[in-house]
Design a protein around this ligand. Structure first.
Ligand code: CU
Length: 159
């Protein structure tokens, strides 16, 4: 009968150690997780120009830390990030992706600007871009090429 209390004590110590591990794990998770980014609503209207195109997408951040979109690359040509102010677009260094928020690139607002196109994107094709962020790992997105007149359905913006 002597063995039983000793075994119970060992089990209890084991449980305490495990609990301690769990605590430190969740602690490091919350400090390291930062921004949690996902990309949706991505598309390129088929460009009317042979050398330039615009791209649109939404970056959603479900994390506790903000991040910034700092650069975009694509094998189809040069990509810069533009904002639109008073109907005039201009290049920006970076755009914020707020914690528990969204960075929206949409027609008439912020957008990706493709220039020096190596090929002219055609409806039905996809264009691959890599989004780079100040803190998060790069995200590769396939942007479907839509008709030049395409506008995203507002009813589906939440999906
Ligand atoms: Cu532009």
């Amino acid at each position: 009968m002597r063995g039983r209390p000793a075994l119970a004590a060992v089990t209890m110590i084991g449980a305490l150690v495990l609990a301690g591990c769990g605590d430190s794990d969740s602690g490091s998770d919350s400090s390291a997780s930062g921004a949690e980014l996902s990309v949706g609503a991505a598309y390129i209207p088929q460009p009317v120009s042979a050398s330039m195109a615009a791209g649109f997408l939404t970056v959603t951040n479900e994390g506790d830390s903000g991040d910034e979109l700092t650069s975009v690359t694509s094998d189809v040509g040069d990509v810069t990030v533009h904002e639109t102010v008073d109907g005039t677009m201009r290049e920006v260094d970076r755009l914020p992706v707020p914690a528990h928020g969204r960075l929206v690139l949409e027609s008439g607002g912020n957008h990706l600007m493709f220039e020096n196109l190596k090929r002219r994107p055609q409806e039905g094709q996809t264009v691959s871009v890599e989004l780079r962020f100040a803190h998060s790992d790069p995200v590769t997105v396939e942007l479907p090429v839509k008709a030049a007149t395409y506008r995203p359905d507002a009813d589906h913006s939440g999906h």
